[in-house]
Design a protein around this ligand. Structure first.
Ligand code: SAH
Length: 348
């Protein structure tokens, strides 16, 4: 497989340009073209001969949008094809304040959460930082966005994959996506969701990247959590809370817990009370969402009334909590519905 030019930062692009005998100012043209979501062959500021030289070692495009699915609520789901034929999915959600793109960090996932479609075929491979970044560059371009006026304003690392299971590439991506002169999305507009790899959360505290750290909790005791999340056999809830506290101490940023309401699993009154006991007084927010049902799994969503009652108990108990509405579920684009595929394998 050829290399991926979107893996390179500005300095690396400059080195590459000089090493190929081109003038330094070509680096800016190449970098800008890439950040505008263009394929190498489409960057017409550069000579054809130079583009051809680049194409000997680099893929013309890291990723292409193979298909777009449109939800009745305005959400769009994309099927992206990687240069090696693997397929990943992503979503663009429209809000009053801008457009939020949900991106993938791995093809598949090896965390094995029982409620999630992304993990059904296991982990196929990690994405490189440039493949992660290219999802945004392509969708921004698709919607007519530029580097001055972006059409993707917010990003969530909540597509397929566990971001902290692909730590190095995800950190490189986070640095490159916020770099001056590029697409320049601030970490404050980025949310990273992890199932709770405590060693990596603690490592992340040292990176000085002030994003919105989100943890998938989904239960209140280690024993019950392990029923749907195998990662609970490795890391305890108490260890997760300690790591979150470290993040707050280091960055001053509150953290968020994701809690998907699954009928008969995690949303009795007792669970709400235990959640209050665990989180009361902590600088955190709880994001509730009713489970999006995945056809291969026999887990059912909590009904709307149960979800409202759970929310009311948390709020009365002094927690900051909201119940998110489900969006994009008619196109299989809601949380936990994104899948991996290969070549023309349709994902639905
Ligand atoms: N691997 C990361 C990102 C996963 S997706 C993580 O575990 O956090 C983002 C969120 O969707 C996570 O909180 C995940 O637990 C949740 N999720 C997965 N499947 C879901 C489903 N079927 N219904 C609702 N939420 C789900």
């Amino acid at each position: 497989m050829k290399k991926i030019i979107q893996d390179l930062n500005y300095n690396q692009i400059e080195e590459l340009v000089l090493s190929l005998g081109e003038k330094k100012f070509r680096a800016k043209q190449l970098y800008t073209g890439i950040m505008q979501g263009k394929n190498i062959s489409q960057i017409s500021d550069l000579s054809k001969a130079f583009r051809e030289k680049l194409l000997q070692d680099y893929e013309d495009s890291a990723i292409e949008i193979e298909q777009t699915f449109y939800s009745s609520d305005g959400t769009e789901k994309y099927l992206f094809r990687l240069a090696d034929g693997n397929l990943i999915e992503g979503v663009l959600m429209r809000y009053k304040y801008g457009n939020t793109q949900c991106i993938s960090t791995q093809v598949g996932c090896r965390m094995g959460c029982k409620f999630c479609a992304s993990t059904l075929g296991g982990l196929i491979r990690n994405l490189s930082s440039g493949e992660i970044l290219s999802q945004i560059l392509k969708v921004n371009a698709l919607h007519g966005g530029t580097l001055q006026k972006r059409q993707v304003t917010n990003v969530v690392l909540m597509g397929s994959g566990e971001p902290f299971d692909n730590y190095t590439e995800v950190i490189t991506f986070l640095k490159n996506v916020s770099a001056e002169g590029g697409i320049c999305i601030s970490p404050r507009n980025i949310s990273l969701s992890t199932c709770g790899l405590v060693d990596k959360i603690n490592k992340f505290c040292q990176e000085d990247i002030p994003l919105n750290l989100t943890i998938s909790l989904h239960n209140t005791t280690d024993l019950e959590r392990a029923r749907t999340m195998p990662v609970a056999n490795k890391w305890k809830i108490s260890e997760i809370l300690e790591a979150c506290n470290n993040y707050f101490k280091k960055t001053g940023r509150r953290y968020i817990f994701e809690y998907s309401l699954i009928h008969g699993e995690n949303c009795d009154k007792r669970h709400a009370e235990e959640l209050i006991a665990l989180l009361k007084g902590k600088p955190c927010h709880v994001n509730l969402i009713r489970l999006n049902e995945v056809k291969e799994r026999n887990l059912a969503a909590a009904d709307e009334r149960a979800a409202q009652a759970f929310l009311a108990t948390l709020t009365k108990g002094g927690l900051s909590a909201t119940l998110r509405r489900q969006i994009g579920s008619d196109i299989g684009g809601a949380c936990g519905q994104l899948r991996a595929g290969y070549l023309s394998g349709n994902s639905n």
